[in-house]
Design a protein around this ligand. Sequence first.
Ligand code: NAG
Ligand code: NAG
Length: 733
Amino acid sequence: MGSEEAVLFETDNAEGRVLYRLFAVSIFVGICLVWAYRVNNVPGSEEVAGRWIWFGMLGAELWFGFYWFITQALQWNRVYRRTFKDRLSLGYENSLPNIDIFVCTADPTVEPPLMVINTVLSVMAYEYPTEKLSVYLSDDAGSDLTFYALIEASDFAKLWIPYCKNYKVEPRSPKVYFRSASAPTSPSHAQDFSSIKKMYEDMERRIESAVNLGRIPEEISAKHRGFSQWDSYFAKQDHGSIVQILIDGRDIDAKDVEGCPMPTLVYLAREKRPNYFHNFKAGVMNALIRVSSKISNGPIILNVDCDMFSNNSYALRDAVCFFMDEKKGHEIAFVQFPQNFENVTKNDMYSASLRLITEVEFHGLDGYGGPLYIGTGCFHRRETLCGKKFTEYKDEPKRVNKLLRDESKHDLEERLKTLASVTYEENTQWGNEMGLKYGSPVEDVITGLAIQCRGWKSIYFNPTRKAFLGIVPTTLVDTLVQHKRWSEGDFQIFLSKYCPLWFGHGKISLGLQLGYCCYCFWPVNSLPVIYYSMIPSLCLLKGISLFPQISSPWFLSFAYVIFASCAQSFVEFIFSGGTVLGWWNDQRIWLYKRISSYLFAFIDTILKLLGLFKLEFIISSKVSDEDVSKRYEKEIMEFGATSPMFTVLSTLALLNLFCFVGLVKKLVLDTSSLVVFETLVLQILMCGVLVLINLPLYQGLFLRSDKGKMPGPVAAKSVTFAFLICILFTLLY
Ligand SMILES: *[C@@H]1O[C@H](CO)[C@@H](O)[C@H](O)[C@H]1NC(C)=O
Ligand SMILES: *[C@@H]1O[C@H](CO)[C@@H](O)[C@H](O)[C@H]1NC(C)=O
């Protein structure tokens, strides 16, 4: 084979890098000028209050400038990856590695069994030699409903997989396929289509009726011996481990309807006991790693959340291109795909698609050694997950795993149970040197960092046609809570022994260290942003100017920095496929995250440091009731919950409204005050923009009557707070 064919992926630099760097330098100059202005124009010592306000502005601007500087790590060196799947098929089709796919679910009410098995079916139907695929479903709630759904899926898969392969069906989640596919035109296909659609709908009905019933009907549970595990002592948080090999790929009779081999399919519910700590998803993943090592032991592991179905049946081959590339493949520990979503509305009201992160920032991280591991849509080399250092790694000829399997399936299942027991990890390195790390709500990020610090690289692969699609939170409170959890976890990393700066020092590039810090510092942003969106507006009430007047040359530096960074985010947003309104919504959520999610994350972390709080884990809801989803589709913001986060948001929004109204009143009553414009222009503009961006919130507070409006108590509280703050400020200043 020529060396050309051995190259399975290529890397391109972002276009216009030089231009971007010049632009960044110009912003940096602007930032320095802003600092210079602040330092040179401190009010005289007779104005005590004015001085403190000024220092506050300086503090905020120092932080913004510093944060801007470290975020350049996400911009400076962006790279894009391309794979050559045809070369892979030509040269390596017979040596493709086995792949183990882990699907994790945690709660049958938040994550309905039907959704879970659709994900499972989509990953079982990959265009990949089926005998090399094994799918493991970890059901952390140990729900017999989920188990039942999986049994149904294992039967349905015998029809579904050959159907997908014969007709090159996409996507391979049956639910999504039947929802979007139009009836085929060719007669033979049309017949198969309608018969398999009927099979699917029958299965769906059976599962839904069991779910509605809340238990498994006798006649079903009698049919499968697996149900005997759910005896009368079984409780969600108190049960032994369950391992059920539903399809054993090596079994002679594990064949689909056309006689082709089937992928292995395993159900796992690890042991749960009330007096043991279970380490959330990291604990699950480690149990999966151990159990799978005794069944299929695939050298590549893909893990996805149970709501993330495969939208591209060739994605496994993309990932394998990276690992099997002859020149660079051996240094790659994991390949991270972006988290994309099917339920995003056109203008993405909650900015849930994380567009700038997936389309810009992760490409930047990739340029410095690799993206973060974000816990889903990620392919790992099994050995690195188990703690291997890059220097210890030899690309040994892959032993096609011949695990001795002369024991019966039942004996094997019994033996595997101990691997998923609560006591197995006692006095071992699991959760520390081996597997995913414990002790953080973002175990995935720490694990990824530790892998990179052991000398490995990671790859970010973001194809145009998205490989995995999940479900977004469809309410504001879910969005904010999700961001609180992420930002809190990342901040804790910074304060822990895994701080990217110390832990990564000398092991990963400086760019990557700073890149990690951008995420770790999310919560810190809350304080300066709150200051900046409150104080200048309040100062309007007293006509205090905090920015240079419009005729001063200093004005230009402020205007340039603000305008240029807005323009940059606008351009990036539009070029990565967003809409104008989507960008505006993104700005709103940018603000809301900072003044609520990040603020609470910051406070919680500090309280925890002082030993006052305990780690708490909230599953964000993945289903929603009818009304809520109607409003979601119409892009009407959902408040309808009493959360302290909403009180903070409304208070700030109202405060700006009051300041703005106060200013207008002053101008109308006293036209001579028009001259103040000259000195207050930037402040007035900022306050005006804050009012504009909060329009949906005012609507939710005062103008709407549906269930999604802001609850009365929140409105009452925030009006009072905002009013008090304004009064106190005017009186005390
Ligand atoms: C996601 O969106 C689709 C249509 O785009 C809809 O049918 C489905 O119910 C939505 N799912 C959730 C959980 O909101
Ligand atoms: C998902 O796959 C379909 C093809 O089945 C494709 O048309 C669509 O663009 C993909 N979705 C995304 C978000 O890439």
